[in-house]
Design a protein around this ligand. Structure first.
Ligand SMILES: [Zn+2]
Length: 322
């Protein structure tokens, strides 16, 4: 069988599908990366997910070279950092997902690496009110997915080792470590963990999920376990627990960065429960930060970043607010 023919949205060329063996009914196997997209525009290096439609705008786009259109300094080092991300089991799927235009990791890399190169991490986080950044005297050491950025940075390596020790102490398994999307260490003014969301919501787990106890036992990181379990916000709970342990006596902040919708309606109800469950204080804080607020805090973003955010749909909401 073949999927319907597409028109490339970038160059208007006709794209004819490769043949495939249906998996159930007439469904094609899911695309796992550019090469497994049955419809690819080779001149543009653009592949399309394998849903049975002729509407290219309804399909996920997967790039042959996901960094090609970005400045050289943003391209450099991305693969090395991704290749050292903490979770062994996720690593190969992480690299594939990175090529998809909806990738949260791609967005995370481009924005945080840009801010690091510009020396703007402290300023942007401070403008959105993240405590350890407000008081900081210098730019932070940065990890993405537990991996030092730049990859050979000595203080980044030391921080990554500290994180792994903390995860082991909590009882995480060696090849399934938690990967905080972004970890920033500002020294004595504290550490910041950022859980980045773009097209998907916060991870929710049922009360009966067997890994909850690992994060809630033997710690005073939470003051109300029932509220925490009712919130279901497992990924955020993990971040909070790990930040709590890693910061020691220093201040820390866990930031949930995402679109406005992440903090509205039923999501808001969950987050309220979650916040109430935490053992917060003036120096142990949880911050919900929207993309519009975060992006507006970037001083004079270059055109390429503007275009990138526009393409990735992040700016749709941003423009709306301006
Ligand atoms: Zn094309």
């Amino acid at each position: 069988m073949k999927l319907p023919t597409l028109t490339c949205p970038s160059c208007s060329q006709t794209i004819v599908s490769d043949e495939y063996q249906p998996v159930s009914g007439k469904r094609a196997p899911n695309a796992q990366g550019y090469l497994s997209c049955l419809r690819r525009c080779e001149p543009c290096g653009l592949g399309f997910s394998n849903a049975f439609t002729d509407q290219a705008d309804k399909l996920q786009r997967i790039h042959r070279d996901p960094l090609a259109s970005l400045p050289a300094e943003i391209q450099a080092g991305a693969c090395e950092v991704l290749g050292q991300s903490l979770n062994d089991i996720n690593r190969s799927s992480k690299l594939l997902k990175f090529a998809s235009e909806g990738s949260e990791d791609h967005l995370t890399w481009v924005i945080f690496r840009y801010l690091q190169i510009q020396g703007q991490l402290r300023e942007v986080l401070s403008k959105v009110g993240v405590g350890p950044a407000v008081n900081a005297q210098r730019e932070p050491t940065m990890l993405l997915w537990g991996s030092p950025v730049p990859a050979r940075n000595a203080s980044g390596r030391a921080l990554s080792n500290q994180l792994v020790q903390m995860l082991e102490r909590i009882g995480e398994l060696k090849n399934r470590y938690s990967e905080p999307d972004v970890l920033l260490d500002f020294g004595e003014t504290g550490v910041v963990f950022i859980e980045v969301k773009h097209l998907s919501g916060n991870e929710v787990k049922d009360k009966s999920y067997p890994n909850w106890p690992r994060y809630i036992k033997n710690t005073d990181a939470f003051k109300d376990i029932n509220q925490l379990l009712d919130s279901g916000l497992y990924e955020l709970a993990r971040n909070w627990r790990v930040a709590y342990g890693l910061a020691g006596n220093r201040p820390f902040a866990v930031v949930n960065l995402g679109p406005q919708a992440l903090f509205e309606a039923s999501n808001q109800t969950r987050l309220e429960l979650f916040k109430q469950s935490l053992n917060q204080s003036t120096v142990k804080e949880f911050d919900a930060v929207t993309w519009p607020d975060f992006l507006n805090a970037i001083a004079s973003p270059p055109n390429w970043l503007d275009e990138y955010l526009d393409k990735r749909l992040v700016k749709r909401e941003w423009k709306h607010k301006q």
